[in-house]
Design a protein around this ligand. Structure first.
Ligand SMILES: [Zn+2]
Length: 464
């Protein structure tokens, strides 16, 4: 084993320049989702990245197969079982505030900058070269494998993973594998991910809108209607919300704007929910005894500022993965209905049906309707599972770090595959740069990842 590790690491060192160049080349392709075209379900940018990888994999001697622009598969070996790595080529939009151009792969102070550098182009390239090295050593007869190798490039991880859903309708599930798209040491569990709507028919001449996505804590909410401005000011000051809300008149309507603090939907306790501020104010301000008033009462009694679902009777919790967390991501008035969009991350031992039952029990009293949008069940591997044990060992051998496996509230490709978990590239204590301005991966990390991934692929390719 010691010997093989040495062989693998030397090969990676020799490929250093190629690994850097391929990462830079991929960052230069702006693979943000755009309008679908023929054979390009997520637009041209994303497809260009896929074609680049197809070409690269062929140069590296893999057999490739393009799944109609949704995914690309590279293969080696003829065994019935396989080791599969799944990375994604799409990126989120660059946003503002960059100190370097986001799509040029600028190298500065030992770091490669650009959108996708750490999420997920750098790690994908590192893992691909890792797999290439294992293939090369096997072809040279220096090591032997009990499993085939498969690399899958996905194209839609950032907006729903429709790519993998498509791919796994046509391809078989892997025997073992990982996706290099979260944290080391290894993600042994991902909480259940649920999005649903609560809606109620209301009357009244008013407008309400807050939040943009279910999985973000909304930082603004706006309400327009006919009400007394002075009274609104009094309510706001009585509640001590002067810094969180403003009131003014516009075109004969009174307007309230609330301001919260945005945060990721899996960490709602890190933010402040602008919709909750709004309903708090409306509780004392909205006087008419109508259906909207009932909705406001429901909100404040059963949701309010509580992000753990206690007052909805869904305060589930377990040892393995902690508490259920709830984020009210959006509110809208759609025609004559008020619609709330809620995102829940539920513990790995909780059943979706239990959540739905408890919520429906409460909302029927208020004549509120429930509509399921998405439910992705949790995934969980015990610590002594071959996959977790092997990946943890490899990480530890490289770093000496004995951080234990993690359970996260976010979701990765692992949910859509089977027998796959997220493994790296972030290490404990790393600065969080995914989806941020000035995203980067250090060259040192890129190479360490390539070595860790190559060794992991080799170890997974040997039967336990
Ligand atoms: Zn990612």
């Amino acid at each position: 084993m010691e010997n093989v590790r040495k062989l693998i690491n030397e090969e990676i060192e020799n490929l250093k320049e190629d690994i850097i160049a391929s990462t830079v080349a991929l960052i230069k392709i702006k693979s943000v989702e755009s309008t679908a075209q023929d054979g390009m379900p997520f637009g041209k940018g994303v497809n260009d990245a896929l074609v680049f990888c197809e070409d690269l994999c062929q140069k590296l001697g893999f057999e490739t197969k393009n799944f109609d622009g949704y995914a690309l598969e590279a293969r080696f070996g003829e065994h019935s079982e396989d080791v599969c790595v799944i990375g994604h080529l799409d990126v989120v939009p660059e946003g503002d505030g960059w100190s370097v151009p986001p799509y040029e792969g600028v190298i500065k102070d030992g770091k490669i900058y650009g959108r996708g550098a750490i999420d997920d182009k750098g790690p994908t390239v590192a893992a691909l070269y890792g797999m290439y090295v294992v293939k090369k050593l096997a072809e040279e007869g220096k090591i032997s494998l009990d499993r085939s190798l498969r690399f899958v490039f996905g194209t839609n991880e950032e907006s729903g993973s429709k790519c993998l859903q498509y791919y796994f309708k046509k391809a078989k599930y892997p025997t073992v594998g990982f996706t290099p798209d979260a944290d080391f040491p290894v993600i042994q569990g991902e909480k259940g991910f649920l999005v649903f709507e609560l809606s109620k028919k209301v009357d009244g001449n008013f407008f309400i809108e807050g939040g943009e996505r279910p999985n973000m804590v909304p930082d603004r909410c706006i309400f327009k209607g006919i009400f007394d401005i002075q009274k609104a000011k009094d309510v706001i000051s009585k509640k001590g919300l002067e810094k969180k809300a403003e009131v003014y008149e516009e075109n004969g309507m009174a307007v309230i704007k609330t301001k919260g603090v945005s945060a990721h939907g899996s960490l709602p306790f890190k933010g402040e929910n602008a919709i909750s501020y709004m309903f708090d104010i409306l509780q004392d301000l909205y006087e008419k005894e109508d259906e909207f008033k009932r909705f406001v009462e429901f909100y404040n009694k059963h949701i309010s500022y509580d992000v753990f679902g206690k007052n909805l009777n869904i305060g589930f919790e377990d040892q393995k993965s902690g508490k259920l967390v709830l984020n009210v991501g959006m509110v809208r008035k759609v025609d004559d209905r008020i619609v709330l969009t809620i995102n829940i991350r539920y513990p790995v031992d909780t059943k979706y049906e239990d959540i739905e039952r408890e919520i429906k029990n409460i909302i029927k009293e208020y004549e509120i309707d429930y509509k399921l949008i998405t439910d992705m069940p949790p995934l969980y591997f015990e610590k002594d599972h071959f996959l977790i044990k092997t990946l943890l060992d490899v990480y530890k051998e490289f770093t000496g770090d004995d951080t234990q496996p993690l359970v996260i509230g976010g979701g990765t490709y692992a949910r859509w595959a089977r027998n796959v978990v997220a493994f790296g590239p972030n290490m404990p204590g790393d600065e969080e740069v995914a989806h941020q301005k000035d995203e980067y991966i250090s060259i040192e990390r890129l190479l360490t990842c390539a070595k860790i991934y190559a060794n992991a692929i080799y170890r997974l390719a040997k039967k336990e």
